[in-house]
Design a binder for this molecule. Structure first.
Ligand code: HEM
Length: 406
């Protein structure tokens, strides 16, 4: 099976306003100039590829859409739609809640999950994350060079999530390949199906084990919690656990990878972060804004005109959080990374009721990953002739990032 993500199932894009394709190599490589053009000419673009789909590019539009949960449902959040309707799945009758549900299911499933990612809990995960990053960096320093995406960024979130869920870290590579099958190779239905089945099959067996032998992990916590006095159904436990894995791995690894790419290509920012630890908190927010990895989808519930666009029930809308974060109406010098940007109301973690439940964890992982890297490898740059490859679609980030150490 190829390790290169499927790119597009159609022909090359001629007109981005009426026929866009988020898997087109030009879009994956540099979506920024395409969004800039669209914001001026057609701020909500359209395509009929993979069904009638809209692509907003302005900050205000994306935020308005995220808040209008009545007309824009979360029952289909995959950027590349599933060919078969997951709603009919006998195991995942609730999909992957809370991300794929609307209220009322969204409300109580999100409540089940939030305590696991509170500030206090995340502080508790920090020493383990730091030890993991330090160990990875130790292994790389002597090499003098590394693939910062594959050998570092990709290794971190999956291990942190595995430990929170209570599964052995030896399974990290298997988990990574399942998550990539679901998100990165979504244009290849059998491969996506294989990823989903891998994740669900694994958690089904683990749920059965933890019913008789619970631990203090997230999976056990979900199984043994109740909602209004009733135990949580297995389908919900499986959906929530699968979501935590799928939402918490590619996303954060992409954010870490993009940030390292930025530092490898912008020496002044690298030196600043390596020498001034106090710059880190604002820098993290700025890197998340500039290289927002995640785009989501919504499905239109009834015919509606949005910003002059005649949307029909069943159409899909891509929640283009990354483009919103580059809108000049919302951010001064949006295409520049301003490490100490003060006013930064970015929507990298979404907006409204579905705002990322794991944002505390994601921020901690990104900060610790950069701190530990810069502590041992303060001087690094792209390897000469380096071929950097990017994944796109639902989650954008570097998948190959060869760097050399100074
Ligand atoms: C830099 C890393 C991350 C980014 C950029 C990110 C981004 C997002 C975005 C944009 C949403 C909103 C989805 C929507 O509106 O449909 C979201 C939701 C969510 N994220 Fe994250 N995420 C990241 C890391 C994580 C991590 C580490 C977890 C940990 C488990 C996580 C768990 C979730 C969950 C459970 C939701 C669904 C919340 C709901 O529907 O109420 N994410 N994330």
């Amino acid at each position: 099976m190829s390790d290169v993500p499927a790119t597009t199932n159609g022909t090359a894009v001629g007109d981005w306003a009426t026929d866009f394709d988020v898997l087109d190599p030009a879009y994956v490589d540099d979506p920024f100039t395409i969004w800039d053009e669209l914001r001026k000419s057609c701020p909500v673009a359209h395509t009929d590829r993979r069904g009638s789909t809209w692509l907003p590019t302005r900050y205000d539009d994306v935020v308005d859409l995220a808040h209008d949960i009545e007309h824009f449902s979360s029952t289909e959040v995959a950027v590349i739609p599933f060919e078969d309707a997951r709603r009919d799945d006998p195991v995942l009758q609730y999909g992957l809640p809370p991300i794929s549900s609307d209220p009322p299911v969204h409300t109580w499933t999100r409540r089940l999950l939030l305590p696991w990612f509170s500030h206090r809990r995340v502080e508790g995960y920090e020493p383990m994350t730091r030890a993991l990053c330090a160990e990875l960096v130790d292994g790389l320093v002597a090499q003098g060079s590394a693939d910062a995406a594959r050998e570092y960024a990709q290794q971190i979130p999956v291990r942190v999530i595995a430990s929170i869920l209570g599964v052995p870290s030896e399974l990290s590579d298997t988990f990574t390949s399942w998550v990539r099958d679901v998100l990165e190779f979504a244009d290849d239905p059998p491969r996506r199906q294989k990823g989903i089945e891998g994740v669900i099959g694994y958690f089904m067996a683990e749920v059965a084990k933890r019913k008789v032998d619970p631990g203090d992990d997230l999976l056990s916590g979900l199984i043994h919690s109740d909602v209004d006095g009733a135990p949580v159904e297995d389908g919900v436990v499986l959906g929530v656990a699968a979501l935590v894995l799928i939402a918490g791995v590619d996303t954060t690894w992409s954010a870490i990878g993009s940030s390292l790419w930025h530092l490898a290509t912008h020496p002044e920012d690298r030196v600043r972060l390596a020498t001034d630890p106090e710059a880190m908190p604002l820098a993290i927010e700025e890197l998340l804004r500039a290289y927002s990895p995640v785009t989501m989808a919504r499905v239109v519930t009834e015919d509606i005109e949005f910003d002059g666009c005649p949307m029909r029930a069943g159409d899909r809308v891509l929640m283009n959080f990354p483009a919103a974060n580059r809108d000049p109406e919302a951010f001064d010098r949006p295409d520049e990374v301003v490490l100490d940007r003060q006013l930064n109301r970015h929507v990298a973690f979404g907006s409204g009721i579905h705002r990322c439940a794991g944002s505390n964890l994601a921020r901690m992982e990104l900060r610790v990953a950069l701190e530990e890297w810069l502590r041992r490898i303060p001087d690094f740059s792209l390897a000469e002739g380096a071929e950097v490859t990017w994944a796109g679609g639902q989650v954008r980030g570097p998948r190959q990032l060869p760097v050399v150490f100074g």
